[in-house]
Each structure stands twice: as C-alpha cells, then as structure tokens.
Design a protein around this ligand. Structure first.
Ligand SMILES: [Zn+2]
Ligand SMILES: [Zn+2]
Length: 154
C-alpha cells in the first residue's frame, strides 16, 4: 500500500525511504538526518567515521557541519538505526543496523575493517556463557592483525 505523505516543507525528501525509516525510529524528519542516512545507505557495507560522513556530505554539495554529523549519528545510535564501534586505534565508526549479527577483523596497519560470521564461534560463545550460568545479552568479537595488503607491503 502506498501512503501519500504530507509535504513537510522539505522538498523532495518527504516521501523517501529515508523519511520512512526516520519516522519508524521515532525521529523527526530533518534535512541533515535524511542526508546523513542517505550517505549511510550508500555505504551499506561500510564502517564510516563521522569525518567520512562529513566528507561524503561535502562531496554531495551539502553544507552540514561536523558537529551536526556527530549529533545526528549519536541520535541514530540511540534510536537503533546505527551501531557504533570503538575499535582500538581507530576513530569511532558507524554502520547501519541491519539486524544481522557479525564480528569484525581490524587491520592495525591501515585500519581496514573486515566483517565475518562464524557459526562455530557463535555457538561456542553461547555454550561458554550457558556453562557458567551467564545470561548472554550481546557480544562483540574483534580480531586485530594485518590485512593481506599490509603484509605484502613488507
Ligand atoms: Zn591493512
Ligand atoms: Zn560491521
């Protein structure tokens, strides 16, 4: 079913997918929020720092300050739209919360972030928690090392 969305004064953004996502998350639709969400959507597989998002906005000709980017990303995190990671040696990075659990490998040479999923590791973690009577709510597993390119650079 297509619902006609009333014009909110932000021309061209009132019926976009981003607008729907913001409303669903209980956030008011503002131009910076829509534009930042568009950058994140365009990098669905990426892990972007606030500076990356800011640069993306500048490249798209959008005049949105870095402080606003930080504020919006923090609001997105609170609303569950993005997940924030504080990897060692990296600035905080954000990725869209697509509801699919995965873990990360982080290159200490170039900062590259690689996602991975491993059923055996996932199961083992649940077993370890269960064996100790620990109620698992979440986990974060980060492997640090050197990517192929950084190994080859020696
Ligand atoms: Zn590397
Ligand atoms: Zn990720």
């Amino acid at each position: 079913m297509v619902t006609q969305v009333a014009r909110s004064g932000h021309e061209g953004i009132s019926s976009s997918a981003e607008t729907r996502d913001l409303r669903k998350a209980g956030l008011k639709v503002t131009l910076p929020r829509v534009k930042i969400l568009q950058i994140l959507e365009a990098n669905r597989d990426g892990h972007l720092s606030a500076e990356d998002v800011y640069r993306g906005l500048m490249d798209a000709g959008e005049d949105i300050g870095l402080a606003t980017v930080y504020r919006v990303l923090t609001q997105f995190e609170a609303a569950g739209i993005v997940v924030r990671h504080n990897f060692e040696g990296n600035r905080a990075v954000f990725e869209l919360n697509l509801g699919d659990h995965h873990d990360h490998m982080v290159c200490i040479g170039c900062g590259r972030i690689q996602e991975f999923k491993d059923r055996t590791i996932e199961n083992r973690q649940r077993q370890v928690a269960a064996e100790t009577g620990f109620e698992l709510t979440d986990h974060s597993l980060i492997l640090y090392g050197r990517c192929r390119e950084c190994q080859a650079a020696h």
